[in-house]
Design a protein around this ligand. Sequence first.
Ligand code: 4AD
Ligand code: MG
Length: 432
Amino acid sequence: MTKKVYLKNIDKYEGEKVLIEGWIRNKRSSGKIQFLIIRDGTDEIQAVAFKPNLSDEIFDKCESLTLESSVRVYGIVKSEKRSPTGYEIELTDIDIIQISDEFPIQKKEHGITFLLDNRHLWLRSRKQIAMLKIRHTVYYAICDYLNDNGFYRFDSPILTPNACEGTTTLFEVPYFDEGYAYLSQSGQLYLEPGITALGKVYDFGPVFRAEKSKTRKHLTEFWMMDAEAAFVEHKENMKIQEELIRFVINSVLEKNKKELCTLERDIEKLKKADAPFKIITYKEMIDILQTKGSTIQYGDDLGAQEEEMLTDDSEVPIFVEKWPKETKAFYMKLDKDNPGLSLCADLIAPEKFGEIIGGSQREDDYNILKARIEKENYPLKDYQWYLDLRKYGSVPHSGFGVGLERLIGWMSGVKHIREAIPFPRMINRLSP
Ligand code: 4AD
Ligand code: MG
């Protein structure tokens, strides 16, 4: 029996006869020779079918292959300096599993609507594979950092009775006799009871926002990692975020050189972001933006354009801290030196990739929090459990939420986050 191998390990099999299972990425021939590029999910390799060494039947099979046909290729691993992997396969036999119909995605440029309609097929193109591999790295780098720093995974529910991030972007789902449930916008409120059991916790999963905005930074379903820690205050909260993001940058630089190259990512820019992050206050941000010519006023939220303007001369991400309380969520603790401000920070990535993290210290005083819930006109009964936490052993605590696709967008340098998730959901897209 020939040994079945994966292409990422091909260097271990030089001179040996191996079996590779995969798809035909590309094909070219010059009379007596067929060059087949095989992809197996882990990598690609060129297999060479040389007519004089093969039976007519085997050579004809190679000739009959169409792009994306699925195959089992048998052959000998040869070192080959000109190959990007350093190796190629001298084909000795081939089983055709399926001859592919004409593949709809060709080398020529396709419009984005066509590509998204064919997302199930587009996923196998080189850049998309590179992106999926970077997504894998970023996801596990976040988990590794948290696991190594004492955070326990604590899964929050997706069906919830209340809003976490305002009521304007809620998805409603009919829920038996209870009326409606809402798809979670962030697991944060549920992580807060988690810290009273485990100290430091995180969740990681899909969250949902009925975003009406059609921008390159908004999905209606995206992945968020929420982290929450007892006895951590605002400044330390930012420190954890910076460490986490720098850990992610280093993981991607270490594990995904090839993918970054496929995506034509400027690696130097990514390297430079691994340096101390800047911290400015909201007030300072307004001054900076006004100096740069923006019409933004104190009290305004940050638009996409201002986000980009803010970081256009910064190599590192910028924390914008202490926002006017009216601009931020009800659960944020107010600054004791200036109760008009929330003890929060948004982390804005460089290179126009926008806000990647929202975080804050949480209000831990029962009466203040109750008043803020009432001010929002939220039904108190739905938040009673959340308020309870401030009655039974309340502690200072903080947390933050990382938008996975925004972070991947930045790491990979891809401009629209619809490519940072296998099947994007946007206001005008629900399929495939
Ligand atoms: O800033 P947000 O709204 O913060 C929260 O939801 C907090 N409850 C998190 C927490 O403290 N645990 O969202 C967090 C991050 C944003 O910084 C952004 O990166 C991403 O989630 N995000 C989106 N990503 C893609 N599409 C959208 N529509 C997004 N909305 C937010
Ligand atoms: Mg935010």
